[in-house]
Design a protein around this ligand. Structure first.
Ligand SMILES: CCC1=C(C)/C(=C/C2=NC(=C\c3[nH]c(/C=C4\NC(=O)[C@H](C)[C@H]4CC)c(C)c3CCC(=O)O)/C(CCC(=O)O)=C2C)NC1=O
Length: 184
């Protein structure tokens, strides 16, 4: 598993080059924008169970067959496994976001997941949809644009300094997209 720093080392070493120019500039940026990254990780991690349960409720709402006999969230054992998987996936996404690198997500979570789901009959499309809902919710949390209308009684806004979060939120979005494409 790599992070933004070790990724630069590996890439420089593969060219037997010193670390310089563009790579250093991008690491400087990684450091100077680092508090946004930590805030983004914190807001997702602090709201993880809400983000996950909302996404699973969402796929069930859209497809009631999931909780009827024969559906993959039936019986409760499978619903519990589904919620647990949502938590696992979101956790690895926060690790990738913290590290600034997708390798931890790829190697420890996505590697073989599609094959496992196919073997168990876990529906890939619904799984991808759940991740897409988690993405929408997580990005709203990062940008602090979540509203009471969307969240109802569970509405919660984190204390964060206002600023331009476009780069960190699109990086976060890219990790969710990796999961979605890894499952399709
Ligand atoms: C390291 C990371 C890691 C991942 C990612 C992981 C996933 C994972 N999910 C599993 C099952 C499962 N996953 C789901 C998930 C769902 N069903 C649905 O209908 C929804 C679409 C979806 C939730 C969004 C379900 C229902 C099962 C149980 C399937 C069964 O036993 O029939 C299993 C089989 C073993 C078990 O039941 O515990 C694994 C290995 N395990 C890991 O250790």
């Amino acid at each position: 598993m790599l992070d933004a720093f070790s990724r630069s080392v590996v890439s420089a070493d593969s060219k037997t080059a010193c670390i310089g120019g563009e790579e250093l500039q991008s690491l400087k940026n990684f450091i100077s924008e680092g508090n946004k990254r930590l805030d983004a990780v914190n807001t997702i991690a602090s709201n993880a169970s809400c983000i996950v349960s909302d996404a699973v409720a969402g796929i069930v709402c859209e497809n009631q067959g999931l909780i009827q006999p024969g559906g993959n969230c039936y019986p409760n054992r499978r619903m519990a496994a589904c919620l647990r998987d949502g938590e696992i996936i979101l956790r690895y996404i926060t690790y990738a976001l913290l590290a600034g690198d997708a390798s931890v997500l790829e190697d420890r979570c996505l590697n073989g997941l599609k094959e496992t789901y196919t073997a168990l009959g876990v529906p890939l499309q619904s799984s991808g949809r759940a991740v897409a809902i988690m993405k929408a919710s997580a990005i709203a949390h990062i940008n602090n644009t979540n509203t009471e209308e969307q969240a109802g009684k569970r509405f919660r806004r984190m204390e964060m300094k206002d600023g331009d979060c476009s780069a960190i939120s699109s990086e976060a979005a890219s990790y969710f997209d990796r999961v979605i494409s890894g499952l399709s």
